[in-house]
Ligand binder design. Structure first.
Ligand SMILES: Nc1ncnc2c1ncn2[C@@H]1O[C@H](COP(=O)(O)OP(=O)(O)OP(=O)(O)O)[C@@H](O)[C@H]1O
Length: 358
């Protein structure tokens, strides 16, 4: 994309301010959350903390997936990063850093400047990515011209090139109204729009959930390809552990507003530590032979304890402490940590193994 832009505009990439060159981007921390909490301010009740002390770090070129059941706080975490939380919610904590910028200190106007250009996003509801009564092309050109000082002709070239890159018939998609494209095509156009300005961070909130299985896999594969080309960081939000295991580099598991475990994909898949992660993996269908019995997670989905560990009411291994005191983060080894009281209990190794905890 960078070279396309340079060719089209004749302006050196640095002057278009499209971010640092590829090599510098790798291994750079792009998004860092440290003890970030999100609070909902009820009109007539006490404030309610929806996300508790979230700490994570996403680097350039990697896909970090947040996975958890409905209501666990994935989407509002994403909205806090792009500054689009509803007015009834507030975000606070030690740090919410996008590269060197502290997002907690930004005004709405400063946030708006970052959105699309530096932090792009695609949502589950692909129809809401575009205004229904304007053509895709017009909307893409407007977005480009809001952030880059280029003429319409050049903006159009850039939009067409982005549409081509996601495998769409560029001229036709450019001239189409959103309702004239299929769901899969529209989500591709949304990805093209999100990535055409080479953002450093892409937030993809359930980008494939509303699509049929085949289109969903195409969109996720495309997301992977575009990430590799642009070396942007991706925050992928999903409730589908299968997708996450296939496409993510690192995974964070959320339950009841708390990040209960995070680590490299292999650690999460082969050495899960938190009982919720273990149950999630055991409840995942697989094509193994002979077929394994699926495990169901006890209790009602969305049942969150008011105090202590949010998973305590559904956890088969809960001890007294789990019902009274929030667990603290425990480092298991490099890049792998979990929050669970069972790590502090001096159980016999054999008992821990029996419980699948060691
Ligand atoms: N606009 C809102 N007003 C009040 N509460 C909200 C609002 N949006 C979300 N919540 C609450 O915040 C919590 C986290 O919701 P969030 O949408 O982030 O969950 P999620 O993990 O993304 O789930 P889903 O996959 O269903 O979107 C839930 O308890 C939800 O009810």
């Amino acid at each position: 994309m960078t070279s396309d832009l340079k060719e089209m505009t004749g302006v050196p990439t640095q002057q278009l301010n499209l971010g640092p060159p590829e090599k510098q981007r790798i291994e750079q921390s792009v998004l860092k959350l440290q003890n970030v909490s999100i609070v909902f301010h009820h009109k007539h009740h006490l404030p309610q903390t929806l996300v508790h002390h979230l700490t994570l770090d996403i680097r350039a070129g990697e896909t970090f997936a947040l996975v958890g059941e409905s209501g666990s706080g994935k989407s509002i975490t994403a909205l806090s990063v792009i500054g689009l939380l509803p007015p009834s919610m507030s975000v606070g904590g030690e740090r919410l850093l996008f590269k060197e910028t502290d997002l907690l200190q930004l005004t709405e106007k400063e946030h708006r400047r970052l959105r699309h250009k530096e932090i792009a996003f695609v949502f589950q509801d692909y129809r809401s990515s575009f205004t229904p009564f304007l053509t895709i092309g017009k909307q893409m050109v407007e977005t480009i011209q809001t952030h880059l000082h280029v003429k319409r002709k050049i903006a159009k070239e850039l939009a067409l090139s982005a549409l081509k890159r996601v495998g769409l018939p560029a001229e036709r998609a450019f001239a189409s109204y959103p309702f004239q494209l299929s769901g899969g095509q529209l989500q591709r156009a949304a990805l093209a729009t999100a990535l055409m300005l080479r953002p450093s961070l892409l937030i993809a909130d359930e980008p494939s959930t509303a699509l049929d299985v085949l289109s969903a896999q195409h969109v996720l594969a495309l997301l992977q390809k575009l990430k590799q080309e642009t070396q942007c960081a991706v925050l992928l939000i999903s409730h589908n552990l299968n997708d996450v295991l296939k496409w993510a580099d690192r995974i964070g598991i959320m339950y009841g507003g708390m990040l209960v475990e995070q680590g490299d994909k292999d650690c999460i898949q082969h050495n899960p530590q938190h009982p919720y992660t273990q149950l999630l993996l055991q409840s995942k269908p697989s094509l193994s032979s002979p077929p394994k019995r699926l495990v169901t997670i006890p209790g009602e989905p969305g049942l969150v304890a008011d105090q202590g560990c949010p998973f305590a009411l559904r956890c088969p291994y809960a001890i007294d402490q789990c019902h009274t005191t929030p667990p603290v983060r425990t480092l298991i080894h490099d890049h792998h940590e979990a929050s669970c009281h069972l790590f502090d209990v001096p159980l016999e190794k054999s008992t821990k193994q029996e419980k699948g905890l060691g």
